[in-house]
Design a protein around this ligand. Structure first.
Ligand SMILES: Nc1ncnc2c1ncn2[C@@H]1O[C@H](COP(=O)(O)OP(=O)(O)OP(=O)(O)O)[C@@H](O)[C@H]1O
Length: 333
């Protein structure tokens, strides 16, 4: 990879539950990742596994306990005050509900124009042309620029949020479940726009979703998170066609639109439960249908080639097994 647009190193952000002081704290545990310019990386995992916390640390809404978030060579976590605020132009976020970021009293032109002015992106006289260009990029008509949020549909509002995120020409955009609140047909349109944007603007994107089918559509690389750690990562094709961690296999098997018809991927036992996890062990052990004695020791990331890695003692075997034609046919969407 050329020098990455985003490099997260050993990021730690844990929350303790005051009511259960002996339980393992929840959050993000020593996560490292890189995203290249123009790359869309998907982050999948069950609700509560730490996806949003990681995204919030990357965009500076949450301060990590330790670790680095390096964007264009600068460690964002080391900045404070005015430097930190100014640096925000490089890392933008799009949330699930655009209502949480749009200003109901501002037209689209004013709302997005504010970002152009705040970050001094283009001279005042060039702002209107830039707004029209940005509207075109996200698939909005120029007349939408004069509307207020309540005059737009849900899909249009999300396009405005994406437009505002793009306005400051960031190096990285974190999209946290950006299409989960939209109707399925609108979701598809917004996803197509995001894919087109990837080719056009070259911003690095971290696309967070619990919907593995959506991630499969937009991302070229995928990270799978479990209780705050990355348990599998790699090119989307490799992870989706040859999942090599029991958790990834269970996650894909449970996805309505990717479900294999066979029983090659046994489901995880029970719910995500941190109280069952023991430090030093494989975090998935209490729920893993393939758990064995060795899993009392946390497995290292096994290198499966081409950047595909999985933290499981059985990763090589699972990789071979799920690369077999029968499994691949069944998991093809
Ligand atoms: N400010 C906070 N204080 C205490 N606990 C928190 C805080 N923020 C997050 N958590 C806990 O950290 C864990 C991870 O939450 P997070 O929202 O990052 O997960 P997620 O994978 O994004 O889930 P979801 O898809 O439901 O948003 C959860 O157990 C959550 O309750």
């Amino acid at each position: 990879m050329n020098s990455p647009a985003l490099s997260v190193r050993n990021l730690l952000r844990l929350f303790r539950n005051a009511a259960e002081p002996e339980a393992m704290p929840v959050g993000v545990r020593n996560v490292s990742l890189e995203i290249a310019t123009g790359e869309v990386v998907g982050l999948i995992g069950e609700s509560g596994c730490g996806k949003t916390t990681l995204g919030r640390c990357i965009v500076g809404l949450e301060r990590p306990d330790s670790g680095e978030v390096v964007v264009g060579g600068t460690d964002f976590t080391a900045l404070s005050g005015r430097d930190r605020r100014a640096f925000r132009r490089n890392v933008q976020v799009v949330f699930q509900k655009p209502e949480t970021s749009l200003n109901p009293r501002m037209t689209v032109a004013r709302f997005v124009g504010e970002a152009l002015a705040n970050f001094d992106v283009v001279p005042r006289g060039a702002r209107r042309a830039r707004l029209e260009m940005l509207a075109g990029l996200v698939g909005l008509n120029a007349d939408a620029l004069e509307r207020y949020p309540h005059q737009l549909s849900g899909g249009e509002r999300q396009r405005v949020a994406i437009m505002r995120a793009l306005a400051s020409e960031p190096q990285v955009i974190v999209l946290d479940e950006p299409t989960s609140a939209l109707d399925v047909s609108v979701q598809a349109q917004v996803l197509r726009t995001l894919k087109a944007l990837q080719a056009e603007v070259g911003t690095a994107m971290l696309f967070i979703s619990h919907d593995v089918a959506v991630v499969r559509y937009v991302a070229s690389r995928v990270l799978v998170m479990y209780l705050g750690v990355i348990v599998e990562e790699g090119p989307a094709d490799a992870v989706f066609t040859a999942p090599s961690h029991p958790y990834t296999r269970a996650l894909l098997a449970a996805a309505p639109r990717l479900k294999p018809s066979g029983d090659e991927a046994p489901p995880m036992h029970g719910e995500l439960d941190l109280r069952a996890a023991r430090s030093g062990e494989c975090p998935v052990r209490p729920r893993c249908p393939l758990a064995h004695d060795r899993c009392r020791e946390a497995p290292p990331m096994a290198d499966l080639g081409d950047g595909h890695r999985a933290a499981c003692w059985l990763a090589d075997d699972l990789n071979k097994q799920s690369s077999e034609p029968t499994y691949r046919e069944k998991t093809a969407s």
